[in-house]
Ligand binder design. Structure first.
Ligand code: BGC
Length: 256
């Protein structure tokens, strides 16, 4: 077990990549706070299921990561339940497809509030606890290949992910003296609800897969494996890095 008795917080953990990370962390011996968004009973049930049955303690906490008071309450509840926090995974994220010329302020702010501001506040609240504890910690961002490569129709999403990459690199420097490792995972096309619209459309699926050198979508568990590494002692000397989990997608260049 690579995370025995560590305490982890995973945002957006009621589905997709976050759920897989929460479950894998619990399987590796961590006590996990699984976060889900407010007002969704199915999300609450899924969040609880994610960490059940591993012999570790799990709590499910409802919080909107784009609201500071929610985030501070969630971190306080984690510390109250487990006595500390060692790992925070900023996974919660949304995307809205909208051609740039039709972009509304409301959609722009919603995407940036959840993806970027949310990741900042969770990191800050968790890092403050880690500094107080004095035993280091791990901050992990689940970014996207679109922190680096364009995605026409998703300008707000790409802007949020590009900014996460720079935030991660800055925090890696600022928090190094506190022995807090800060890293990014940049998933490519992973089979999760966020791209249900592609998964359910055979033609779109064919096009998407043709862009992936590995020839298939990734599985959430394949992202979780890298998260375990970054959360573990094996990553002691790893900070300020982006780990692509994309089947080679970022290397794909279409010439003709
Ligand atoms: C997006 C997906 C997209 C994938 C690969 C992810 O960050 O959320 O919608 O399929 O990148 O382009």
């Amino acid at each position: 077990m690579r995370l025995k008795d560590r305490v982890a917080l995973v945002t957006g953990a009621s589905s997709g990549i976050g759920e897989a990370i929460a479950a894998r962390f619990a399987a590796e011996g961590a006590h996990v706070c699984v976060n889900y968004r407010p007002g969704s009973p199915p999300d609450e049930a899924a969040a609880k299921r994610a960490v059940e049955g591993f012999g570790t303690r799990g709590i499910a906490v409802e919080a909107d990561v784009s609201r500071r008071e929610d985030v501070e309450r969630m971190v306080a509840e984690t510390v109250a339940a487990f006595g500390r926090i060692d790992i925070a995974v900023n996974n919660a994220g949304i995307e809205i497809k909208r051609p740039f010329l039709e972009q509304t302020d409301e959609e722009w702010h919603r995407v940036l509030d959840v993806n970027l501001y949310g990741a900042m506040v969770v990191s800050q609240a968790a890092a403050r606890e880690m500094v107080k504890q004095g035993t280091g910690g791990k901050l992990i961002f689940v970014s996207s290949v679109h922190e680096d490569i364009p995605f026409p129709g998703y300008t707000s999403y790409c802007a949020s992910k590009g900014a996460i990459r720079m935030m991660m690199r800055n925090l890696a420097m600022e928090l190094a003296p506190h022995r807090i490792n800060v890293n990014d995972i940049a998933p490519g096309a992973i089979a999760t609800p966020i791209n249900r619209y592609v998964l359910e459309d055979p033609e779109a699926m064919k096009n998407a897969v043709s862009e992936i050198p590995w020839g298939r979508f990734g599985r959430p568990e394949e992202v979780a494996g890298v998260a375990v590494f970054l959360a573990s002692d094996d990553a002691e000397y790893v900070t300020g890095s982006t780990y692509y989990v994309d089947g080679g997608l970022t290397q794909q260049v279409t010439l003709y």
